[in-house]
Write a protein that binds this ligand. Structure first.
Ligand code: NDP
Ligand code: MG
Length: 385
């Protein structure tokens, strides 16, 4: 087999570093041809010296001289800036983009890769939340396969292998419930950043860890699932499953339910997205049935975790509303991480922003960008950021 050339966008993050572990474990299968970072120039240089990519991009242009100097005696080309991310995504130097940039910033480079007909291993769920209709339509037009990395969506994708898509009755996304499962608003009102950053089952980047604590992550995932699997909004449901062993399920028209299970470890869905339709042996830890844990399920507490209600509204109403929800959420999480607003204020800010920005039923790509900017500006002005 020829080696798959991987462009790893967001190589310095949680998904990025775990992807490099998968690549390092399978040097005969994969090469890292492109690595991109935003601010972490030290780690980017270290990764480049180890993996010898064709190209690296450092987003923050002030860090360019350091990266350039550190890689001066290598064959790696160094680019800098936001525009360079899109340019490199358009180049014919890789086969698969592993899209692991966090937030709205991942949308433009991913769209470029789709327009080149590249395979996309998609971790950056915000890309589909913001403009899922356009991204999926372009993926068909340019024959760019989109393989999910998000563990729930990878589970659904694995359950669908060998099935006919139109036989899905519903998908059941499992949610750990996050660190505040069972807590009520009188407790959450005092929660601070460091507490919210401790997730029981997964070790992830800061933004998605806060999203998991507020359940916005599950809300974003409902919208992501809708686009990935071409579902109607009422075909997407959520079950809280605190052990995170069942990663998600599909219920078919005959009532049969398939689930995908395993220990919570993102390396598995990352590897699967890179090797699909094959599987590769590995030595990741295995689920042990001799140390039984109970697998339990419960309904999400939407009275306490109102983000799930807001995201469900956005899922059903569609148009630019998911884009607005996402933008307001990015501002809210940013402000919470800087101790500028409280835990429950995040939901209020998102709700106000969703009521403020005019609804557009069928936005163009430009209109999505405008809605994103409008929502960010409004949310930032409300909290005087
Ligand atoms: P991290 O915060 O750990 O990493 C984000 C990466 O994106 C870093 O490489 C960072 O660079 C880069 N980045 C940040 N801002 C920008 C920007 N404005 N422009 C370009 N690059 C930028 O995030 P995660 O790895 O946790 O998550 C990445 C994506 O994957 C998210 O969309 C998340 O929802 C999704 N995901 C993550 C999971 C996980 O387990 N972590 C699970 C499922 C989905 P630098 O660090 O150099 O500044
Ligand atoms: Mg997930």
């Amino acid at each position: 087999l020829p080696k798959k050339r991987i462009a790893l966008f967001g190589s310095t993050g949680s998904i990025g570093t775990q992807t490099l572990d998968v690549i390092a474990n399978n040097p005969d299968r994969f090469t890292a041809e492109v690595l991109t970072a935003h601010s972490n120039d030290e780690l980017l240089v270290e990764q480049a010296l180890r993996f010898k990519p064709n190209i690296v991009v450092i987003g923050d242009e002030r860090k360019y001289p350091h990266v350039k100097a550190a890689l001066a005696n290598t064959d790696t080309k160094v680019f800098a800036g936001e525009q360079a991310l899109e340019e490199v995504a358009s180049m014919d130097v890789y086969d698969v983009m592993l899209a692991a940039i966090v937030g709205f910033a991942g949308l433009r480079p991913t769209l470029r890769a789709v327009e080149q007909g590249k395979a996309i291993a998609l971790a950056n769920k915000e890309t589909l939340v913001v403009a899922g209709d356009i991204v999926m339509q372009k993926a068909v037009e340019y024959r760019a396969p989109i393989i999910p990395v998000d563990s729930e969506h990878s589970a659904i994708f694995q359950c669908l292998v060998g099935e006919t898509r139109n036989r899905i009755e519903k998908v059941i996304l499992t949610a750990s419930g996050g660190p505040f499962l069972g807590k009520k608003p009188n407790y959450l009102v005092n929660v601070k950043r460091d507490h919210a950053l401790q997730h029981p089952n997964w070790n992830m980047g800061a933004k998605i860890t806060i999203d998991s604590a507020t359940l916005m992550n599950k809300g974003l995932e409902m919208i992501e699932a809708r686009w990935l699997f071409n579902l109607q909004p009422d075909q997407v449901s959520v079950q809280v499953h605190p052990q995170s062993i069942i990663h998600s399920m599909v219920q078919f028209e005959d009532g049969s339910i398939k689930a995908q299970m395993g220990l919570p470890d993102m390396k598995l869905p990352i590897q699967y997205a890179l090797t699909f339709p094959q599987r590769l042996p590995n030595n990741f830890p295995r689920y042990n049935f001799r140390k039984p844990a109970q697998l339990t399920f419960e309904e999400p507490d939407t009275k306490t975790f109102r983000n799930l209600v807001l995201a469900t509204d956005a899922l059903f109403k569609g148009g630019n509303l998911p884009c607005v929800l996402n933008a307001a959420n990015e501002i809210a999480v940013f402000a919470f991480l800087r101790n500028r607003i409280g835990f429950l204020d995040m939901t209020d800010l998102i709700e106000r922003t969703m009521n403020q920005v005019p609804w557009i039923e069928k936005p163009t790509l430009e209109e999505y960008f405008e809605s994103d900017a409008e929502a960010r500006n409004f949310a930032a002005s409300v909290i005087k950021l």
